[in-house]
Design a protein around this ligand. Structure first.
Ligand SMILES: Cc1cc2nc3c(=O)[nH]c(=O)nc-3n(C[C@H](O)[C@H](O)[C@H](O)COP(=O)(O)OP(=O)(O)OC[C@H]3O[C@@H](n4cnc5c(N)ncnc54)[C@H](O)[C@@H]3O)c2cc1C
Length: 226
């Protein structure tokens, strides 16, 4: 969910390599302990970037000849895009189960996901698009268009969950050290421990959890507990 736009400015500016930096707009909804949005809790940030379009747009036109050759030598117009990264609340009934009646070709139970976006996320998505459009319009871009990638759970790049961490072994898979409640010599240190990453990038947290879990495993080994 987000928006994209073009610009007629900076036609004399170009870049080589990976010079154009990305954009990160931190969360601005419902922060500082206040809920300033009526129809959703928590929030979202934007990630995006700008650049000049290149020769790839010529492919669709199947063009040829001198004009085509000339066009491929010139950088295209400047474009910018913003994509929202919003939090999906950690709903108890969003879950993954193992189906022992349907095994894969190695005889292992297959995975069934039963998870949906709910009202909070759907309302947040509307705001995500509106605000992106408003920001680009107010910044003076032209041809501002909102877009909706028709997200379904699993299609994003910050997915997590399925083996949640928690104190109660009846309701959680992992304990506070990323160790299986039921099998203490097994540690699961990826994103599956999390029930939500908020709206921010998760990888550094996974790495920190992993380092802490590895340290715990070494200490437990030294004590001959595992
Ligand atoms: C395009 C893209 C850009 C991203 N950018 C960022 C970013 O800028 N910042 C950020 O914080 N996060 C980013 N992420 C998210 C981040 O990469 C993931 O959240 C993170 O890598 C997840 O870590 P993980 O250990 O949970 O899972 P993964 O890194 O997916 O590791 C799972 C591993 O399990 C292996 N595996 C799967 N099934 C089996 C099996 N049956 N047997 C054995 N092995 C198996 C897989 O091969 C894989 O190596 C990005 C993701 C994508 C796709």
């Amino acid at each position: 969910m987000g928006a994209s736009a073009g610009s007629d400015d900076f036609k004399d500016k170009y870049y080589t390599g990976r010079r154009n930096n990305g954009i990160y707009i931190p969360r601005f909804r419902n922060i500082g302990g206040e809920t300033n949005q009526k129809d959703f809790t928590r929030g979202y940030g934007y990630q995006g970037g700008g650049g000049r379009s290149d020769w790839t747009k010529q492919i669709a036109e199947m063009a040829y000849g001198a004009a085509f050759k000339e066009a491929t030598l010139k950088p295209g117009d400047w474009q910018i895009g913003l994509s929202g990264f919003g939090e999906i609340l950690p709903y108890q009934d969003n879950k993954m189960t193992l189906d022992y009646n349907k095994l894969d070709k190695w005889g292992l139970p297959t995975v069934t996901f039963d998870a949906t976006l709910k009202e909070n996320e759907l309302n947040m998505r509307k705001d995500m698009q509106q605000q992106a459009v408003e920001m680009l319009e107010n910044a003076g871009f032209r041809d501002v268009k909102g877009h909706d990638g028709d997200y379904a759970i699993g299609l994003g790049i910050h997915e997590m969950g399925t083996a949640r961490m928690g104190r109660d072994r009846k309701t959680s898979v992992l304990n506070e050290n990323n160790q299986l409640h039921d099998v203490p010599n097994v540690y699961v240190t990826d994103g599956s421990a999390m029930t939500s990453a908020g709206n921010v990038n998760p990888s550094l947290t996974y790495m920190a959890l992993t380092a802490r879990a590895a340290n715990h495993a070494v200490e437990e080994l030294k004590k001959m507990n595992i």
